[in-house]
Design a protein around this ligand. Structure first.
Ligand code: HEC
Ligand code: HEC
Ligand code: HEC
Ligand code: HEC
Ligand code: HEC
Ligand code: HEC
Ligand code: HEC
Ligand code: HEC
Ligand code: HEC
Ligand code: HEC
Ligand code: HEC
Length: 428
C-alpha cells in the first residue's frame, strides 16, 4: 500500500536534493554537518511515513518536517511552522489537514489548494462578502487576523483583533498614503492615534475606549454612504451613544437630535461637531477655539452677529478662552429654541445663564444683545446709527491723516532733491 503512493528511492532523492541546496534539514544545527544528517533525515521521514499509514493525518505527521522553523521551499520562502505557538493558538487542536485539505500525502500534490477559512467560519465570511473589504485576493482573512498558525481568541492580548491591537491591525493598511490615494480614502490612522480615543487605547490601555471596530464593525464594514452603515450620518448618534449614553440622551431631546431623527440631515450629529477620528477633549483650548466656527458653518447669520460682539472679539485676541462661546449660552447637546422655557437663552433663564460668568448679572444687564446686528436699522436702530456714526468718524479721520501723510512725504522728497544726496550716500 505504501508503494502505491511513492517509492523509497523517491524519498531518498528528495532528501538528497535538500541536502545539496542546504535548504531543509530537520534539526537546528544541521546545516553544518550535511551528509550524515541528510541520510538520517531521509531515514526518519521514511520511518515516520511507514509508522503511520500512507496518508498523512495527524499534526505530528506534518510537524515531523515542518516543525523546523528554518525550513524553506525551493524559492526560499519559509515553510516552517512554530509548533509551540501553533499548539497554543485557537486552532492548536485541529489537524493540519483540516485546513490544508488538499494535502493528504507526501510528496505534496502539485496543486495545493489555498486554505478556505469559510468552511468553518461561514458567518464571518458572509460579512466580508458584502463589505468594503470584499475583494478576497486583496483582503484575505489573514490580512486582519495575521499569520494563520498564530491566531488567538479575540479576548487574548496576543490576538491581532484584541481591542488594543485593532488600530494597529487596521492601520497596517489605513496608514499607507499610497493606499489612501489609490482608493481615494482619508488617511485616518495617525489622526485617530492623536485623538482622545486613540490616546485612551494606546497610552492608557483602556479597553472600553473606541477602537476602529467600535464604530465600523469588524467583518461587515460598509461605506459611510450606505444607510445600513453605523457610520452613515443618521446612525452616528446611536454608534457613539452605545458608550456615551448620557450625552446621547441629552442630544436626542435637543433641537438637532430631533431634527436628525426626523430625517433632516442638515442638522449636526456627533461627528459634525467633534469629527470622527480627530476627537479632542472638549476642555482643551484647541477645541474651544475651533468650535464657534463649527456652529458658525451652519448658522452663518448668528455667527456674523456674534463676531461683532465683545465676547467674540475678546476670544480672537490672543485666543482668550474664558469668553462666552456659542455653547456657553446655548448648551452643547440639549440645544433648544429660545421660545422653549427650558432653553438657557429663554428670557426667563438669562440671569442664570449670564450669571455663570457675570456674577452681578441682573435684569438690565441681560438686556444686552449677544447677537445684536448693527447692520439692521429696523431691529437695532440705536446700534445702527452708532455704528454708522463711528464708521463715518473712523473713515474721515483715517482719510484726513492719509492725505496729510502723503503730502508730507511728497514735500520731504522735494526738499531732499534740492539739497542733493546726503553725505555718506556717495559710494565710488
Ligand atoms: C517529508 C517532509 C514533509 C512532510 C511529512 C510534509 N511536508 Fe509540507 N513541505 C515539505 C517541503 C520540503 C515543502 C517545501 C515544498 C517545495 O519546496 O516544493 C513543504 C511545503 C508545504 C506547504 C507549502 C506549499 C507552498 O505552496 O508553498 C504546505 C502548506 C505544506 N507543506 C503542508 C504540509 C502538511 C499539511 C503536511 C501534513 C499533511 C505536510 N506538509 C507534510 C516537507 C514536508
Ligand atoms: C486554521 C487553518 C490552518 C491550520 C490548522 C494549519 N494551517 Fe498551515 N496555513 C494556513 C493558511 C491560511 C496558510 C497560508 C496559505 C494559504 O492561504 O493557503 C497556511 C500556510 C502553511 C504553510 C506555507 C508556509 C507558511 O507558513 O505560510 C505551511 C508549510 C503550513 N501552512 C503548514 C501547516 C502545518 C504543518 C500545519 C499543522 C501543524 C498547519 N499548516 C495547520 C492555515 C492553516
Ligand atoms: C477587516 C478586518 C478583518 C477581516 C478581513 C476579517 N476579520 Fe475576523 N475579526 C476582525 C475583528 C476586528 C474581530 C473581533 C470582533 C469582536 O471583537 O467582536 C474579528 C473576529 C473574528 C472571529 C471571532 C468571532 C467573531 O465574529 O467575533 C472569527 C471566527 C473571525 N474573525 C474569522 C474571520 C474569517 C474567517 C475571515 C475571512 C473570511 C475574517 N475573520 C476576516 C477583523 C477582520
Ligand atoms: C476546520 C475548521 C476551521 C477552519 C478551516 C478555520 N477555523 Fe478558525 N476556528 C475553528 C474552531 C473550531 C475555532 C474555535 C471556536 C471557539 O472556540 O469558539 C476557531 C476559532 C477561530 C478564531 C477565534 C474565535 C474567537 O472566539 O475569538 C478566529 C479569529 C479564527 N478561528 C479565524 C480563522 C481563520 C482566519 C481561518 C483561516 C485561516 C480559520 N479560522 C480557519 C475552526 C476552523
Ligand atoms: C469614534 C468612532 C470612529 C472610530 C474610533 C474610527 N472611525 Fe473611521 N469613521 C467614523 C465615521 C463616523 C466615519 C464617516 C465619515 C466621517 O465622518 O469622516 C468614518 C470614516 C472612515 C473611513 C473613510 C470611509 C468612508 O466611508 O469614507 C475610513 C477608511 C475609516 N473611517 C477607517 C478607520 C480606521 C482604520 C479606524 C481606526 C484606526 C477608525 N476608522 C476609527 C467613525 C470612527
Ligand atoms: C489589507 C489591508 C486592509 C486592512 C487590514 C484593512 N483595510 Fe479597510 N480598506 C482597505 C482598502 C484597500 C479599502 C478600499 C476599499 C476597497 O477594497 O475597494 C478599504 C476600505 C475601508 C473603509 C471604507 C472605504 C469606503 O469605500 O468608504 C473602511 C471604513 C475601512 N476600510 C475600515 C477598516 C477597518 C476598521 C479595518 C480594521 C478592522 C480595516 N479597514 C482593515 C484595506 C484594508
Ligand atoms: C466603545 C465606546 C466608545 C464609542 C463607540 C465612542 N466613545 Fe468617545 N469615549 C469613550 C471613552 C471610554 C472615553 C474616555 C477616554 C478617556 O477619558 O481617556 C471617550 C471620550 C470621548 C470624548 C472626550 C470626553 C471628555 O470628557 O474628555 C469625546 C468628545 C468623545 N469620546 C466623543 C465620541 C464621539 C463623537 C463618538 C462617536 C463618533 C464616540 N465618542 C464613540 C468611549 C467611546
Ligand atoms: C452641535 C455640536 C455638538 C454635537 C452635535 C455634539 N456635541 Fe458633544 N460637545 C459639543 C461641545 C461644544 C462640547 C463641550 C461642552 C462644554 O465644554 O461644556 C461637547 C462635549 C462633549 C463631551 C464631553 C463633555 C460631556 O458633556 O460629557 C462628550 C463625551 C461629547 N460631547 C460627546 C458627544 C456625542 C456622543 C454626541 C452625539 C450623540 C455629541 N457629543 C454631539 C458639541 C457637540
Ligand atoms: C451641520 C449644521 C449645524 C451645526 C454644526 C450646528 N447647527 Fe444648530 N441647527 C442646525 C439646523 C439644521 C437647525 C434647525 C433644526 C430644526 O428645527 O429643524 C438648527 C437649530 C439650532 C437652534 C434652534 C434655532 C431655531 O431656529 O429653532 C439653535 C439655538 C442652534 N441650532 C444652535 C447651534 C449651536 C450653539 C451650535 C454649535 C454648538 C450649532 N447649532 C451647530 C444646523 C446646525
Ligand atoms: C452670550 C450668550 C450667547 C452666545 C455666546 C451666543 N448666543 Fe445665540 N443666542 C443668545 C440669546 C440670548 C438668544 C436669543 C435672543 C436673540 O435671538 O438674539 C440667541 C439666539 C440664537 C439663535 C436663534 C434661536 C431661536 O430660537 O430663534 C441661534 C440659532 C443662535 N443664537 C446661535 C448661536 C451661535 C451659532 C452662536 C456662536 C457663533 C451663538 N448663538 C452665541 C445668546 C448667545
Ligand atoms: C462663559 C462665560 C460667559 C458667559 C456665559 C457670558 N459672558 Fe459676557 N463676558 C465674558 C467675559 C470673560 C467677558 C470679558 C471680561 C469682563 O468684562 O467681564 C464678558 C464681557 C461681557 C460684556 C462687556 C463687558 C462688561 O462686563 O460689561 C457684556 C455686556 C457681556 N459680557 C454680556 C453678557 C450677557 C448678556 C451674557 C448672557 C446672555 C453673557 N455675557 C454671558 C464671559 C461670559
Amino acid at each position: 500500500m505504501f508503494g502505491s503512493l511513492f517509492s523509497l528511492p523517491e524519498v531518498a532523492c528528495i532528501a538528497g536534493k535538500r541536502q545539496a541546496t542546504q535548504v531543509y534539514l530537520p534539526s537546528d544545527d544541521s546545516q553544518r554537518s550535511v551528509s550524515g544528517r541528510g541520510t538520517l533525515a531521509a531515514v526518519l521521514a521514511v520511518v515516520l511515513l511507514l509508522g503511520f499509514s500512507s496518508m498523512l493525518r495527524a499534526q505530528t505527521d506534518c510537524l515531523g518536517c515542518h516543525a523546523d522553523k528554518t525550513m524553506q521551499d525551493a524559492a526560499g520562502n519559509s515553510v516552517g511552522v512554530d509548533a509551540d505557538t501553533f499548539h497554543a493558538s485557537i486552532h492548536g487542536s485541529l489537524s493540519c489537514t483540516d485546513c490544508h485539505t488538499s494535502i493528504k500525502q507526501y510528496p505534496h500534490p502539485d496543486h495545493i489548494v489555498a486554505v478556505k477559512c469559510e468552511t468553518c467560519h461561514t458567518e464571518q465570511a458572509k460579512g466580508i462578502t458584502g463589505s468594503v473589504h470584499a475583494s478576497a485576493s486583496a483582503h484575505p482573512c489573514t490580512s486582519c487576523h495575521g499569520d494563520a498558525h498564530t491566531i488567538f481568541p479575540k479576548s487574548d492580548a496576543r490576538s491581532a483583533v484584541y481591542p488594543l491591537n485593532i488600530p494597529r491591525t487596521c492601520g497596517n493598511c489605513h496608514s499607507d498614503p499610497a493606499l489612501a490615494k489609490k482608493y481615494g480614502l482619508q488617511n485616518v490612522f495617525s489622526v485617530y492615534m492623536d485623538s482622545i480615543h486613540g490616546y485612551a487605547v494606546s497610552k492608557e490601555g483602556l479597553l472600553v475606549a473606541a477602537n476602529c471596530m467600535s464604530c465600523h464593525g469588524s467583518h461587515n464594514i460598509l461605506s459611510h454612504k450606505d444607510p445600513k452603515s453605523p457610520t452613515y450620518k443618521a446612525n452616528i448618534p446611536n454608534t457613539c451613544g452605545t458608550c456615551h449614553g448620557g450625552v446621547m440622551a441629552e442630544y436626542t431631546t435637543g433641537v438637532h437630535g430631533k431634527a436628525v431623527a426626523g430625517g433632516n440631515l442638515n442638522a449636526p450629529v456627533c461627528s459634525d461637531c467633534h469629527t470622527a477620528h480627530a476627537i479632542l477633549q472638549p476642555t482643551l483650548a484647541d477645541f474651544r477655539m475651533q468650535s464657534t466656527p463649527i456652529c458658525g458653518s451652519c448658522h452663518k447669520g448668528r455667527f456674523a452677529t456674534y463676531q461683532d460682539t465683545f465676547h467674540s472679539q475678546l476670544g480672537l485676541l490672543g485666543g482668550y478662552v474664558e469668553t462666552a462661546r456659542c455653547w456657553d449660552c446655548h448648551g452643547a447637546h440639549n440645544i433648544l429654541p429660545e421660545s422653549d422655557p427650558n432653553s438657557p437663552v429663554n428670557p426667563a433663564n438669562l440671569i442664570k445663564t449670564c450669571g455663570r460668568c457675570h456674577a452681578d448679572a441682573n435684569a438690565s444687564f441681560v438686556k444686552y444683545q449677544p447677537h445684536a446686528n448693527p447692520r439692521n436699522r429696523k431691529l437695532n436702530p440705536a446700534l445702527y446709527f452708532t455704528r454708522f456714526f463711528m464708521n463715518l468718524l473712523l473713515w474721515s479721520v483715517l482719510g484726513f491723516f492719509s492725505l496729510h501723510t502723503l503730502l508730507w512725504f511728497i514735500r520731504a522728497k522735494r526738499e531732499q532733491g534740492k539739497r542733493g544726496p546726503a553725505e555718506g550716500e556717495n559710494h565710488d
